[in-house]
Design a protein around this ligand. Structure first.
Ligand SMILES: *[C@@H]1O[C@H](CO)[C@@H](O)[C@H](O)[C@H]1NC(C)=O
Length: 348
């Protein structure tokens, strides 16, 4: 019996010890940073300040004495905080972070000096679901000093002017679901090493033809859920050998000009689902399929008439299987793959 009790006690103490260890040294003392919570694993030390009551309290926590024993945290988190509207210069004092996650809150203004201390370490800023109108309160934020910065998510904010960011390290940029409507060619010239850009759902009406022409490392482009009606010649010629997909679904596209896309992106998937295309223009699509591009074309307005003969019943000697390179449906409901080549040979 006594043995049993000792065992339980030891187990309890061990468990308690384990729990405490997760916020123990080298975290700052719990009482000093409340209501922020520090958590620790072998290679991460995170600070979650979701529960701070206002900007003053947040600032005070980082300006308490004695100084925090360690000045570098892997991550700062503030989720669903409806009190902090502004992050002012110096708010984090001498503390640095690899990642800053401020999400689903009231944040509207973030001065560059609030994160400047982390310029040597910051890799990632996740800021979705806030009220941000201007990233770092600049129309042309210069992030060249942030030498490790690779990932920026501004999805679901109130950005109206597309931020003309300067950074050669930025790889991933999500600014979808903001009321932008307009992006000019030069707005993306200063982020030449982008790999993944999401500019979906921003009310974009016009796709300027040099917007992504100098980005040689692009892999993913998302332009879906916009108001594009035409893709002009050269508009999406991307000089990147790694390009994997361009999502143009859910626009109002009824015209894709020949030469709109490059024929050097082997393995590219183009998604044009949920648009208003009604003809399958040979000059536009044939060279792309021959170059190995896969086309997603469901939910358009295709009449599937003689304008598709080149694909359904190609002339003798052309052995390309065009139909297998497309996923599409006619407005009659027939899928492209169900179309009978004989109809086209006999009636066109
Ligand atoms: C593009 O963005 C939309 C949201 O606007 C999303 O639903 C879709 O999955 C994204 N496409 C890709 C390929 O990630």
């Amino acid at each position: 019996m006594i043995q049993h009790a000792v065992f339980l006690f030891a187990t309890g103490a061990a468990l308690l010890g384990f729990c405490e260890a997760s916020s123990a040294f080298p975290c700052p003392p719990e009482g000093q940073i409340l209501p922020c919570v520090c958590s620790l694993t072998d290679d991460t030390m995170e600070l979650d300040c979701s529960a701070v009551q206002d900007e003053t309290q947040l600032k005070e926590i980082f300006h308490t004495t004695p100084p925090f024993p360690f000045t570098h945290f892997t991550k700062f988190v503030m989720d669903n905080n409806q009190h902090v509207v502004k992050l002012e210069n110096g708010v984090f004092n001498y503390i640095t972070f690899d990642e800053i996650w401020i999400t689903n809150g009231a944040l509207k203004e973030m001065e560059q000096g609030s994160v400047e201390q982390s310029k040597g370490t910051l890799t990632k800023m996740v800021l979705h679901g806030n009220q941000i109108e201007r990233f770092l309160m600049e129309d042309e934020p210069d992030m060249t000093a942030f030498i490790a910065f690779e990932f920026l998510n501004l999805n679901g904010n109130q950005v109206k002017v597309f931020p003309d960011i300067k950074s050669t390290t930025l790889k991933t940029f999500y600014i979808n679901h903001n009321p932008i409507t307009l992006i000019h060619n030069e707005n993306l010239f200063r982020v030449p090493n982008l790999e993944d850009i999401d500019i979906s759902d921003i009310g974009l009406i016009i796709l300027e033809t040099k917007l992504l022409s100098n980005h040689k490392k692009l892999q993913h482009i998302n332009l879906s859920n916009n108001k594009l009606s035409i893709i002009q010649n050269t508009a999406l010629i991307i000089q990147s050998p790694d390009l994997k997909d361009i999502d143009l679904s859910n626009n109002i596209i009824d015209d894709v000009e020949p030469g709109a896309f490059d024929t050097n992106n082997n393995g590219l998937t183009l998604n044009l689902e949920k648009n208003l295309l009604y003809t399958l223009n040979e000059d536009t699509w044939k060279p792309l399929i021959q170059a190995g591009v896969y086309l997603k074309l469901s939910d358009n307005a295709f009449g599937c008439g003689c304008d598709m003969k080149w694909a359904v019943a190609p002339p003798a000697g052309d052995n390309t299987d065009y139909i297998s390179a497309m996923d599409g449906t006619c407005s009659s409901g027939n899928s492209f793959s169900s179309l009978d080549p004989d109809w086209y040979t006999n009636f066109c």
